[in-house]
Design a protein around this ligand. Structure first.
Ligand code: SAM
Length: 405
């Protein structure tokens, strides 16, 4: 343990999680709220005997040119989690995320100087530079503190910090008065601003505003798709993400009429319906999703597309039971990634292409490493800044059979 509450450090490269790496007397310190190249005074938040420490930059001694006044000071040192890059110029946030993705792929995926990573960038959602990356989130979660004030959890803690605003939330949520009223202490609030319809607010699962538990989402690609989605169910959070990701996944899948597609971790069917259109009625799309409510919504959202087969269940179990054959596999697993078993199942059918949508670069790196041990290679990688002002980044990787040696 250290006795001093703060130490002064030179901060190095960003790593996944919103930290920069620094060193103190040979020990690694993960520093939040800093920028690469800065000298900062760090308040240690974890200084046990784990082999590394954690700390928050509480004073900047030598600032980076990419530092800006935080767009969300309540998410600064000692504040709520979820806005850990709010002090970084928006284009520099994307460079930060690019470096963090490449770091994960190098360290965990053992991909070094790989041709598919040449020129890799993290792309902005169209319009984000104009809106400063603010007002983009169509879903937010809040929690009421002991006095009934809406807030969020402090970083790496279950202490609730009350808030007066949430600048990352879409305008209809910000206008919903969530911070002006009193809630039952401890209640969990879920606010949704759908693309089609009014704001929905759920408190502990009960609707308090909006008069319904479902929302409608409209996504325009080659045609317009209308989706029914559970208010508390999964939907891409950034207001531009459903269209951007669906377009990117479709382009990466490069489908032809009559092909067979697997859509794994398919949610309410964001990708399922456009994939079905791309293969036409001569093709098939097997979609697999574990959340029964999402499967019910997907059933409705894929209505009129007889080429879609929906499977409710865990991906590994459904694949073991159904063994669908696919030319192309699209998978969009949760943060933990697909894992070795699912990657083996997916690749055992020797698909021509695998389109892997990933919200966690470390999990993606692990799954790519698995794929490379069983004869697949990374063909291309794109990154999307779907979570401005946070460390989160979305990636889309295409894997194809490795050329014979
Ligand atoms: C990142 S979301 C993607 C949903 C959809 N592709 C979209 O973009 O809207 C991941 C989905 O996987 C589902 N899921 C998580 N683990 C699963 C598992 N082991 N088997 C099946 N579905 C799972 C979740 O319920 C969630 O709907």
């Amino acid at each position: 343990m250290v006795n001093e509450p703060t130490i002064d450090l030179e901060v190095g490269a960003p790593v996944h999680g919103g930290h920069c790496l620094a060193r103190h007397e040979g020990r690694i310190v993960f520093v939040r709220h800093a920028l690469p190249g800065e000298r900062v005074r760090v308040l240690l938040t974890e200084a046990g005997d784990k082999g590394y420490w954690r700390g928050d930059a509480v004073e900047v001694l030598d600032a980076s040119a990419d530092r800006v006044p935080s767009v969300w000071p309540a998410a600064g040192p000692g504040g709520v989690g979820g806005g850990e890059l709010a002090h970084v110029r928006l284009p520099a946030q994307r460079l930060w995320k690019r470096d963090a993705v490449l770091d994960a792929l190098h360290r965990i995926g053992k991909l070094t100087d790989h041709p598919a990573l040449e020129g890799f960038t993290v792309e902005a959602v169209p319009g984000d530079d104009v809106r400063g990356g603010l007002g983009t989130r169509t879903r937010i979660e809040l929690v009421a503190d002991g006095e009934g004030r809406a807030g969020m959890f402090a970083a790496r803690s279950h202490d609730v910090i009350p808030l007066t605003c949430m600048p990352l939330a879409a305008e209809p949520i910000r206008a919903a008065g969530l911070f002006e009223r009193s809630w039952r202490p401890g209640s969990r609030l879920h606010a949704v601003a759908p693309s089609d319809g009014d704001v929905l607010v759920l408190a502990d699962g009960d609707e308090v505003r909006g008069g319904r538990r479902k929302v409608r989402e409209r996504v325009t690609l080659e045609r317009t798709y209308d989706y029914r989605v559970a208010g508390a169910g999964f939907w891409q959070i950034h207001l531009g993400a459903p269209e951007l990701l669906a377009r990117a996944a479709l382009a990466a899948a490069a489908l032809e009429p009559g092909q067979r597609v697997l859509d794994l971790y398919s949610g309410a069917g964001l990708f399922t319906a456009p994939l079905a259109d791309a293969v036409g009625e001569a093709g098939t799309v097997h979609a697999v999703e574990g959340d029964p409510q999402a499967v019910r919504d997907a059933r409705r959202n894929a209505h009129g597309l007889p080429q879609v087969r929906l499977h409710e269940g865990q991906v590994a179990q459904v694949l073991a039971a159904v063994r669908p054959v696919a030319d192309v596999v699209v998978l969009d697993p949760p943060r933990a990634g697909a894992g070795r078993r699912v990657m083996e199942q997916v690749l055992a059918g020797r698909p021509d292409r695998v389109v892997y949508v990933a919200c966690d670069p470390a999990a993606l790196a692990r799954d790519i490493a698995t794929a490379r041990t069983i004869g697949y290679e990374l063909e291309s990688l794109r990154g999307f800044d779907l979570f401005p002002h946070t460390h989160h980044v979305e990636c889309l990787a295409v894997l194809t059979p490795a050329a014979a040696p």
